[in-house]
Ligand binder design. Structure first.
Ligand code: 5GP
Ligand code: MN
Length: 313
């Protein structure tokens, strides 16, 4: 941490890298760091290769995010378990990799990874605090948003006393929990509900109803005007069924490839399953993209692996 911080102090310009299909943790962590660095007088760019989610438009600094990569004296990546998650071809050096995925491939010049942390935001906060940086109010808001989104509003296994301590410190630094909750969850477009209806209508139960599978096609997106991240709640609903241990979302990408999202309830480590398919993630939430263009074949492959995991239960 000390050496990485020295690289930040020495750099006049920095580029902050966030992962493709960004979530609140990658953007909130990067923006949390952005305000800290601006207060240090740095020139800071923020990069994301894809489209930003509609419900994070309230994060201070979000309009600074660009889809062109700016050269800088130092790069920092946030919440990206592997380099390919950043959606860039160029070498970035020196690169500080800040993350909380146990499956992180340690692709940075410096790797600041805490798999015990509930969110990358927590790693960012610890890193800044350990080096005596001041956390401005805007940072507290961004980091709090990242935290609550990544721990399901304090519902997940990752939540412990340390998480509440972190949340408390962010509130003291100016984060407002009700405002964040309203912004994140109370501004849904009608298209999202229409899309969820279509996705849930595809629900299939497998392996004694321990596995739920739902599908999202490009056609559903076109018909509803929804966007792909809007189906996340349908996946969570599928997992919420009493009998279900693992829920799977099979998503058709624009290029026809298949993105698979895996969620488990309490026993199956979907992170290690995703790694076997070339992806990654956490024990209870993980994903990968298959080069195959055929739902049935990918479903069969995933069910084969899940059978092995669930048969003993
Ligand atoms: P989601 O299913 O919502 O895309 O992602 C769930 C979790 O798995 C996130 O923590 C995300 O970073 C991780 N994840 C999803 N897809 C991939 C992938 O293709 N590669 C890696 N390394 N991680 C992934
Ligand atoms: Mn995260």
């Amino acid at each position: 941490m000390k050496e990485a911080w020295r690289r930040i102090e020495d750099a006049k310009s920095l580029t902050l890298l966030t992962h493709v299909n960004p979530d609140a943790d990658t953007l909130g962590s990067a923006l949390g760091m952005y305000h800290v660095l601006k207060h240090m007088g740095k020139k800071v760019h923020i990069f994301n290769a894809t489209r930003l989610p509609y419900n994070l438009d309230f994060l201070p600094g979000i309009t600074k995010v660009r889809d062109t990569l700016q050269e800088a004296e130092c790069y920092i990546s946030f919440d990206a378990g592997s380099f390919d998650r950043l959606g860039i071809k160029n070498e970035c050096s020196p690169l500080i990799n800040i993350d909380h995925h146990a499956t992180n491939t340690r692709y940075g010049t410096y790797n600041i990874i805490d798999p015990e942390a509930a969110a990358t935001a927590q790693v960012v906060y610890d890193f800044c605090k350990a080096n005596g940086a001041r956390i401005p109010k805007e940072s507290a808001l961004c980091l709090y948003t990242a935290l609550v989104d990544d721990c399901g509003f304090f519902k997940y296994e990752s939540v412990d006393a340390r998480v509440f301590e972190f949340a408390k410190e962010l509130c003291e630094a100016g984060a407002e929990p009700e405002y964040v909750a309203q912004m994140l969850t109370m501004r849904e477009p009608l298209a999202k509900l229409r899309l969820i209806q279509k996705v849930l209508a595809t629900l299939e139960l497998k392996i004694n109803a321990k596995v739920a599978i739902v599908y999202l096609t490009q056609k559903m997106l076109a018909e509803t005007g929804g966007t792909k991240e809007m189906a996340d709640d349908a996946l969570n609903m599928a997992r919420s069924l009493a009998t279900v241990e693992v829920a799977v979302l099979m998503r058709e990408e624009e290029d026809g490839r298949i993105k698979v999202s895996l969620r488990s309830k309490s026993t199956v480590d979907v992170g290690s399953i995703a790694v076997r398919f070339g992806g990654g993630g956490h024990k209870r939430a993980a994903g990968f993209t298959s080069d195959l263009h055929d739902f049935a074949t990918v479903v069969q492959q995933v069910l084969e692996v899940l059978k092995g995991e669930l048969v003993a239960q």
